[in-house]
Write a protein that binds this ligand. Structure first.
Ligand code: CAA
Length: 390
């Protein structure tokens, strides 16, 4: 049975910070961001747009009534949790009107967990071929004003509907994960922003890529020559480019090397305008590739490198399905230009605003721009979500 990604939805915030503005304000050469990190802009989420609203928006953009009746599992993969107990998936299940007899859970391992969620979904469909699983990767990457990570923030979500006989990508069951107990990036419960050993994290990312890919090729008798594209976790596109150069096999025919590089360049286009969306960024790379590359055809194989700090990495692969383009949108690069540009001063206020709760646990918010869903208020310590125009 073929199992894989049937539909893909995407959402990001309605506000954007231009890297050139940030560079100027921080006294940094703009080339450091545009060439050193390969980033042009970062999506900035206001307090009323969080993993619930972004995740629900991404899924709502692609789900039909039939899908909502068939989904029996909702998984939200995130490291920007809004609650230590209640799963984000429960809120999302309600906002999307999914039938009640469904399992809803949240998964965590830094930027990696959506990959584990995909595998869980695949195994579930294998046992229950009629059902569909909604996997949502949603995050807000927030490092803090003036920190080294500030230039690699971002906000957004990717939703993937996993089913039998999928319309976009068939998942291969040859996957290989690697775990290393390291402190490259972590966020204790008492902190709203992560602690980061930045340079160390980039070295670990690249070493986990090299060692996992070497073992993957050995175990499954495959090589780069079998693939048309390689998608990477994208904390910032320049690191993925270093990863791409690391796995490139210079003995491959020049036209294949060129095709792989062309597809790599297409896979980073959305991230260059959005920044890091943690769990979703690998899949944002896939969406960017599929909606912008002209050279892919059904049957082409794509390899994926997933990396979550802490750290867990995984290599998995998939094959494009006949008619996959019919289930995608044309390039979203123009639509991304419609976000409201923030000054650095406004970004500093908007991105780092915290709820001001009164003694009864109530808070109200400014009516910021969001997608179809918004956090309306906090009432008696309960987060109240709804349609943004209600
Ligand atoms: N013109 C052109 N390039 C310039 C330049 C200029 N004027 N000035 C600097 N650069 C280049 C540098 O040479 C460097 O490129 P190379 O690595 O190719 O040499 C690049 O710009 C970055 O400059 P720095 O080395 O000075 O590094 P930085 O201060 O910008 O910090 C970082 C980089 C440590 C990664 C920081 O952005 C950070 O901490 N980010 C958060 C952590 C992160 O994303 N880690 C990635 C792995 S962990 C992971 O993947 C999980 C996750 O999502 C967080």
């Amino acid at each position: 049975m073929k199992i894989g990604i049937d539909k893909m939805g995407f959402a990001t915030s309605q506000y954007v910070l231009q890297m050139n503005d940030l560079a100027q304000r921080r006294g940094v050469d703009p080339d450091k961001f545009s060439k050193g990190l390969l980033l042009n802009a970062l999506s900035i989420a206001p307090i009323t747009d969080d993993i619930i609203t972004l995740g629900a928006s991404a899924a709502d953009s692609v789900l039909t009534e039939e899908d909502r009746a068939a989904i029996d599992m909702v998984i939200v993969a995130t490291e920007s949790s809004i609650d230590q107990s209640k799963a984000a998936a429960v809120y999302v299940h309600n906002l999307l009107g999914i039938q009640p007899f469904a399992r809803s859970v949240e998964m965590k391992e830094a930027c990696y967990s959506a990959t584990a969620a995909l595998d869980y979904a695949r195994l579930h469909i294998e046992k229950h071929p009629q059902s569909k699983v909604l996997v949502i990767a949603a995050d807000i990457a927030k490092y803090g004003i003036g920190t080294p990570g500030e230039s690699t923030q971002g906000a957004g979500s990717i939703a993937m509907l996993i089913s039998a006989e999928p319309h976009i990508l068939e998942l291969n069951d040859n996957t290989l994960a690697q775990t290393r107990d390291i402190m490259d990036f972590w966020r204790p419960n008492y902190s709203t922003t992560p602690f980061v050993n930045g340079m160390y994290s980039t070295k670990q990312y690249l070493d986990m890529l090299k060692t996992t890919w070497t073992e993957y090729q050995k175990r499954f008798g495959t090589s780069l020559a079998d693939f048309s594209a390689f998608c990477f976790h994208l904390p910032f596109p320049k690191l993925a480019l270093k990863g791409f150069n690391k796995i490139m096999d210079k003995s491959l025919p020049t036209d294949l090397q060129e095709k792989l590089k062309e597809n790599f360049d297409k896979s980073i286009l959305y991230s260059q305008q959005i920044g890091n969306i943690y769990t979703g960024s690998l899949f944002l790379g896939l969406l960017s590739l599929l909606e912008n590359s002209q050279n892919l055809v059904a049957g082409d194989k794509i390899a994926f490198f997933s990396y979550g700090s802490g750290a867990v990495a995984e290599i998995f692969t998939g094959k494009l399905v006949n008619g996959f383009r019919d289930y995608l949108q044309p390039s979203r690069l123009e639509a991304l230009k419609e976000r409201t540009v923030l000054s650095v001063a406004d970004y500093e206020k908007l991105f780092f605003e915290e709820a001001e709760l009164d003694e009864k646990g109530n808070a109200t918010f400014t009516d910021y721009k969001t997608g179809p869903f918004a956090l309306k208020e906090i009432c008696d310590h309960q987060r109240i979500y709804g349609k943004s125009n209600d």
